[in-house]
Write a protein that binds this ligand. Structure first.
Ligand SMILES: *[C@@H]1O[C@H](CO)[C@@H](O)[C@H](O)[C@H]1NC(C)=O
Ligand SMILES: *[C@@H]1O[C@H](CO)[C@@H](O)[C@H](O)[C@H]1NC(C)=O
Ligand SMILES: *[C@@H]1O[C@H](CO)[C@@H](O)[C@H](O)[C@H]1NC(C)=O
Ligand SMILES: *[C@@H]1O[C@H](CO)[C@@H](O)[C@H](O)[C@H]1NC(C)=O
Ligand SMILES: *[C@@H]1O[C@H](CO)[C@@H](O)[C@H](O)[C@H]1NC(C)=O
Ligand SMILES: *[C@@H]1O[C@H](CO)[C@@H](O)[C@H](O)[C@H]1NC(C)=O
Ligand SMILES: *[C@@H]1O[C@H](CO)[C@@H](O)[C@H](O)[C@H]1NC(C)=O
Ligand SMILES: *[C@@H]1O[C@H](CO)[C@@H](O)[C@H](O)[C@H]1NC(C)=O
Ligand SMILES: *[C@@H]1O[C@H](CO)[C@@H](O)[C@H](O)[C@H]1NC(C)=O
Length: 889
């Protein structure tokens, strides 16, 4: 069973054998396990395909590894390989068990993850069936094991066929949507199967419905009892100012066993012993360890707000037999509250998180599965993506409800890095059935996942689903009015009466939201589905508009909490190249439209870009293609920057009843394949321009510039815990000159801890008139914040006109020199003119620049490059290209 935390030692010792009928163990012996991971045999339904297959794994990965198929991500292969998910597949293995293991009174066959509809056979006997990839399944098999060779097979039904059959069987009324939009080239009825919903296609991902044993398989054997899982949740009593740790032991016992359990956190001088009684079967026992009030407890903080310290909790059981059990787990102390209360001067309710009683602005993005095949998600990939989030000053990610509950390592890394997780349950953009067996399997899924994840301090909120309240409220699926009550009832049954009820029972330590977006408490008042779940006065919102001008902040709702918003862009050529051929390399190729799963997505990107930029028009088709990829990234970075800065500067004010924005999680952090999407990181880990921008627009101290009523305003945004005294330093540059035309400074203004404050205001016309010949078209504004000690936060800028209208933008003719530095490489740039969106690439050399996509208002600038594989000055110099906006038209 997957340990819930890092369980260092979990075993049972049998010192003597008073209770065991199977003989006396002279020496202590750990719980017996036999891993069945490794090479199995895989066959399709008519046995025309038979091959070795790795467990954990999936059919696609096995076919790829054995050379039966090419990379499913290559060109149009996602469509060519449809047949894989339409066939039925059987995994077979043989194994022998030691007499010792067979002698144990209880032997269980444990599957950590079966994807999805399968029947399991051991030595010709049916062991059981599975219907949910998010559950662990285990079966008692003592009676079925035999001496010598044992044969185990797991027979999978095509997930596409299974979903269709379940949908057909649900004949009373339809549960929409039947199929995804045609542009997604997906499979139908995914809402009828408890598997990764995006595996049937999404607007950013291919239909590659997986099949297989995606997590480990093993035998577990014991005589009297075994400790299956330890879950601990710290709880804080604020009136007593006392911490306690609620510890739950999931124990499976063959016979009633009594004894004592001692819990201790040695570092906090806290220890308590409890009587314990384990009855036959699987039971969860709960104990509460009170933490010694005379010891200060070091708290876990989100990234940017403090450290992430933990303690070790020891569990020691002394039971009759005598038996001992022991475990050692990490405990992190922190509190989380979701505050929804009236705000002066505003209708509605606030919506913000308090961590350890401190209001915290959530900065970050949304997480989707890192690969279509989870067996190909390596620890290194997870580390690189999560470290990228932290390096861009993020403190939060939402694990989106159309993917998977992520693996243990994901949450452990988030614990260590201080990334707060908004954890959706895996339901997205659909209605769902509520027949008894569906509810039953969902209930088990929710219990297991909550018990697994609740020890992680990184998880700060549970959310029942993605966008299903909105789908119902704003009628995405054309449900007749007369039938609405039926769907409302199903909605409440699934998310409120089942999922919410279980979460509240299992985890008192964090808030639960029924959906995202939701009006939260107001949705509850309205019977769980609000008239308008996008109401900016309540809860969180998702907001997308591709046609409105993203440079104009008035486009965006001044929401309490932005949990989704974003713009698409294309990944860079070096990411596309390995999955395409030269005929694909144009913006109008079949490949380019094939990879776009969002209706009109490719056109929308150019339309949005054309509002402010000249579109690439190089006569060389290859250059025009790569310039276009670049320009989509410029557009995306600038749009998300504008929107995010708007949210951050709106945190301390209420305007026309709207504001107090306390979260900005753009859609989306990562990619599942090489295709256009809303991501800021390409498949493979390369940062798009947006991610480099995020580093700045999520900086702890940030100057934000914007225009309102003809005036230029600069706000100082601070996430720090102490007040600051800051001034804005504002320079106007002419596009034709590398030195500022004039520079203005504001007074020092107090910027309180965790706030946004206006610190500079000048009518634009007066400012231009006072600055030697500047006009909106000829000049731009560059600004930063400073205090007595110097510059605080990044340099930012504000364009006074669309760049396609600006006058005097010159080709900067940037030259670059690569050198080897002490910790990587440096690139020193020299520019002949002001250059915007300066973008460095080094072809196929993977790695990361210290900054990229920047505005260059100086002649020289040095940027670092950290490669992810050995390279050289020669290779980098040959591969390096520098593109700025003026270079694409
Ligand atoms: C076996 O099934 C595959 C996949 O459905 C099909 O392509 C093939 O023709 C079948 N072979 C035989 C011998 O029936
Ligand atoms: C898969 O199994 C189902 C159920 O037994 C059957 O109806 C279907 O024909 C099988 N598919 C293939 C390709 O054999
Ligand atoms: C799986 O095992 C059962 C029982 O032995 C058997 O009937 C079935 O044919 C096996 N399936 C495959 C594909 O080996
Ligand atoms: C805190 O402890 C007091 C005294 O034992 C108790 O009355 C109260 O219910 C506790 N509060 C919480 C939130 O558990
Ligand atoms: C609490 O800690 C203090 C100081 O470390 C220690 O003297 C005391 O025995 C502890 N109390 C309990 C109940 O463990
Ligand atoms: C693009 O796809 C269309 C329709 O499938 C096809 O007719 C055409 O030949 C393809 N073009 C190229 C260049 O492959
Ligand atoms: C860049 O080079 C071009 C072509 O040589 C030249 O016309 C242009 O003036 C140069 N730009 C600057 C700012 O010197
Ligand atoms: C800037 O770069 C140019 C060309 O590389 C060099 O000649 C010059 O000395 C540099 N200036 C400064 C101030 O570093
Ligand atoms: C590309 O567009 C720019 C801006 O509209 C224009 O000045 C230039 O002449 C165009 N170049 C080509 C090759 O069409």
């Amino acid at each position: 069973m997957a340990p819930s935390q890092e369980v260092c030692v979990v075993f049972l010792l049998c010192a003597c054998c008073a209770v065991s009928p199977s003989g006396c163990f002279g020496t202590p012996e750990p719980r017996l396990q036999l891993s069945l991971d490794g090479k199995w045999t895989l066959t399709n339904s008519n046995s025309s395909v038979s091959l070795p297959a790795e467990v954990p794994g999936c059919v696609h990965s096995a076919l790829l590894q054995q050379g039966f198929i090419q990379d499913p991500y290559f060109r149009f292969n996602d469509v060519s390989y449809r047949w894989i998910a339409l066939d039925n597949w059987t995994y077979t293995t043989t194994f022998s068990v030691s007499p010792e293991l067979r002698a144990r009174r209880r032997v269980r066959l444990v599957f950590d993850g079966v994807d999805t509809a399968a029947s399991i056979w051991l030595n010709g006997h049916a062991v059981g069936t599975t219907d949910n990839m998010f559950r662990q399944f285990d079966f008692p098999v003592s009676e079925l094991l035999q001496d010598g060779e044992n044969a185990l097979n797991v027979s999978f039904l095509s997930p596409v066929l299974y979903a269709a059959e379940r949908s057909r069987a649900h004949s009373a009324y339809s549960v929409p949507p039947d199929c995804p939009p045609a542009v997604q080239k997906g499979e139908c009825h995914v809402n009828f199967i408890r598997k990764e919903q995006s595996s049937f296609s999404w607007d950013w991902g291919p239909a590659l419905p997986t099949v297989g044993l995606w997590k480990g398989v093993r035998l577990e054997a014991f005589d009297v009892l075994q400790l299956v899982r330890v879950s601990s949740v710290p709880l804080y009593n604020s009136s007593l100012r006392q911490w306690s740790v609620q510890v739950e032991l999931l124990v499976e016992a063959v016979q009633e066993t009594n004894g004592r359990v001692t819990l201790s956190v040695a570092e906090l001088d806290s220890e308590q012993t409890f009587p314990a009684r384990f009855v036959p079967g699987k039971t969860e026992s709960s104990f509460t360890l009170h933490i010694n009030t005379s010891r200060p407890v070091k708290l876990w903080w989100p990234n940017g707000h403090g450290d992430q310290p933990f303690y070790r909790l020891a569990v020691q059981g002394l039971l009759e037999g005598p038996l001992t059990l022991s475990a050692d787990v990490k405990v992190y102390f922190r509190t989380v509250e979701l505050i929804q209360e009236p705000i002066a001067g505003s209708p509605g309710l606030s919506f913000y998180f308090r961590i350890n009683e401190k209001p915290v602005f959530l900065k970050g993005s949304n997480w989707i599965p890192a690969h279509s095949f989870q067996d190909r998600v390596s620890p290194a990939m997870l580390k690189n993506l999560l470290q990228s989030a932290v390096d861009a000053n993020m403190n939060a990610l939402r694990v989106w409800g159309g993917g998977v509950y992520e693996q243990d390592l994901f949450y452990s890394l988030c614990d260590e890095l201080g990334i707060m997780i908004w954890q959706d349950f895996m339901f997205a953009c659909a209605m769902y059935p509520t027949e008894e067996d569906f509810i039953h399997t969902v209930r088990e899924e929710v219990v297991q996942q909550v018990r697994r994840l609740k020890p992680h301090p990184s998880v700060v909120v549970w959310s029942g689903n993605n966008e299903n309240e909105a789908a119902l409220a704003t009628d995405w699926f054309g449900i007749p009015v007369s039938q609405r009550p039926l769907y409302l009832k199903d909605y409440v049954t699934l998310y409120v009466n089942n999922i919410r009820a279980i979460v509240q029972e299992e985890d008192p330590s964090r808030p639960f939201l029924v959906s995202s977006p939701t009006n939260g408490a107001e949705s509850e008042q309205e019977g769980w589905v609000a008239a308008n779940p996008y109401d900016p006065h309540y809860g969180d919102t998702h907001f997308y508009s591709y046609t409105l001008d993203c440079w104009d902040w008035r486009t965006f709702p001044r929401t309490r909490f932005a949990s989704e918003y974003g713009f698409q862009s294309w990944p860079s050529f070096s990411t596309l190249q390995p999955v395409s051929i030269s005929e694909d390399w144009s913006y109008s190729s079949n490949f380019t439209s094939h990879r776009q799963h969002h209706e009109n997505g490719n056109e929308q990107m150019l339309q949005q870009a054309a509002l402010h930029f000249h579109l690439p028009n190089a006569s060389d088709p290859m250059k025009r293609f790569t310039d276009t990829l670049y320009l989509t990234q410029v557009m995306q970075a600038q749009c998300v920057k504008t929107q995010t800065e708007f949210y951050r500067r709106s945190q301390s004010e209420i305007i026309d009843g709207e504001g107090h924005t306390m979260g900005a999680l753009y859609w989306q952090l990562n990619d599942i394949w090489q295709a256009p999407s809303w991501s800021s990181i390409e498949f493979g880990g390369k940062w798009k321009m947006l991610h480099y921008f995020a580093q700045d627009f999520f900086a702890p101290i940030l100057p934000v510039g914007f225009e309102d009523n003809g005036a230029l305003l600069i706000y100082a945004v601070s996430d720090l815990s102490n007040d600051l005294k800051l001034r804005a330093v504002v320079s106007l540059y002419m596009w034709t000159k590398l030195d500022p035309v004039c520079t203005l400074k504001s007074e020092l203004v107090v910027v309180s801890a965790g706030s946004a404050a206006a610190i500079f205001k000048q009518p634009v016309a007066a400012m231009l008139a006072g600055c030697g010949g500047c006009t909106r078209l000829s000049c731009l504004v560059v600004f930063h914040l400073e205090d007595a000690s110097g510059q605080r936060g990044p340099v930012n800028h504000h364009f006074l006109s669309s760049l396609k209208e600006a006058q005097g933008i010159q080709r900067p003719n940037i030259t670059a020199k690569v050198e080897e530095g002490t910790t990587g490489y440096t690139v020193t740039l020299h520019s002949a003119a002001i250059a915007s969106f300066v973008w460095l690439e080094v072809g196929n050399v993977p790695g990361r620049f210290s900054s990229n996509g920047f505005l260059m208002v100086s002649r020289n600038r040095t940027v670092g490059f950290t490669p992810w594989r050995p390279t050289s000055v020669a290779e980098l110099s040959t591969s390096l290209t520098v593109t700025s906006l003026r270079d694409v038209y």
